[in-house]
Design a protein around this ligand. Structure first.
Ligand code: NAP
Length: 261
């Protein structure tokens, strides 16, 4: 009998020698993604938005023996994306993994929703994902392959309340993921998404502080708790690695069972 394991190795999960870009990788879920990719062996290029101190993230990555470069860029503007790729190519000259994590949310009842909040959230959470995928894909095709992981949401599947622009953008992120996956699978580029459930970060602090809303959410999560950024680490390493080479256009929910409830 042929040993089918001869074509498989646990090293397929390693990312040694890879260059990974994580947008918004200096806080919350993105910081967790960046640290996980470094732990698996990748060097990091992290985009930041505000000029917050990034010593914590730098330390996390350097302790894994990996290199990190930070680039401040406003991803809601097309020039911000140009800046990211100019700096990336100057610093590393390649991109193997792209994690489109940066995002924002603006909450208000739908009848009071402001035009500027609609535009800002769509620019940040949807247009930036398209432009980042587009620029990265052009380089990855020349390199002979790559991995793109877009960060979706439970609101890629549900309507939600008070967040119409976020819901529209996150539905669109799944569309972008499938469109790029379809056209680029033949170029050895795998485009997939992670849809996190409810994760304890700054983004969700206002919900957790609202006792009633917090209890409502907790009672609906089969796992019975909010996720922490480390709950998403295995998923991002898998989708960034050789181990997921036959997965295209998939949206991986990491949600403690929220969607199957
Ligand atoms: P977070 O801590 O607020 O992180 C968001 C990141 O995006 C920050 O690093 C932020 O930078 C950056 N960012 C925001 N606006 C930007 C802009 N205009 N240009 C460039 N960067 C910008 O939130 P998080 O909870 O970790 O969210 C990370 C991703 O996961 C988002 O896409 C979010 O939609 C998604 N998600 C979160 C949850 C959850 O429960 N937390 C659930 C599902 C999906 P600054 O802080 O410097 O502004």
């Amino acid at each position: 009998m042929e040993n089918i394991l001869k074509n498989f190795s646990m090293d397929f999960f390693r990312l040694d020698g890879k260059v990974a870009v994580v947008t918004g990788g200096n806080s919350g879920i993105g910081q967790g993604f960046a640290a996980a990719l470094a732990k698996a062996g990748a060097d990091l290029f992290i985009t930041t938005h505000s000029n917050r101190n990034n010593d914590g993230t730098k330390q996390l990555i350097e302790e894994e023996g990996r290199k990190v470069v930070f680039c401040q860029a406003d991803l809601d503007k097309r020039e911000g994306i140009t800046k990211v790729f100019d700096t990336l190519m100057r610093e590393y000259g390649r991109i193997d993994i792209l994690v489109n994590n940066a995002g924002t949310i603006k909450r208000a009842p739908i009848l009071e929703y402001k035009d500027e909040d609609w535009v800002n959230v769509i620019d940040t959470n949807l247009h930036s994902v398209y432009y980042m995928c587009h620029e990265a894909s052009k380089i990855m095709v020349k390199q002979g392959g790559g991995k793109i992981i877009n960060i979706a949401s439970m609101l890629s599947f549900q309507g939600g309340k008070f967040v119409p622009s976020y819901t529209a953008a996150k539905h669109g992120v799944v569309g972008i993921t499938r469109a790029f996956a379809n056209e680029l699978a033949c170029e050895n580029i795998q485009v997939n998404a992670i849809a996190p459930g409810y994760v304890a970060t700054a983004n969700t602090a206002p919900i957790r502080e609202n006792k009633e809303r917090n209890n409502e959410i907790l009672s609906r999560i089969p796992a019975g708790k909010w996720a922490e950024p480390y709950d998403l680490m295995g998923g991002v390493i898998f989708l960034a690695s050789r181990a997921s080479d036959y997965i295209n256009g998939h949206v991986m929910a990491i949600d403690g069972g929220w969607l199957v409830r």
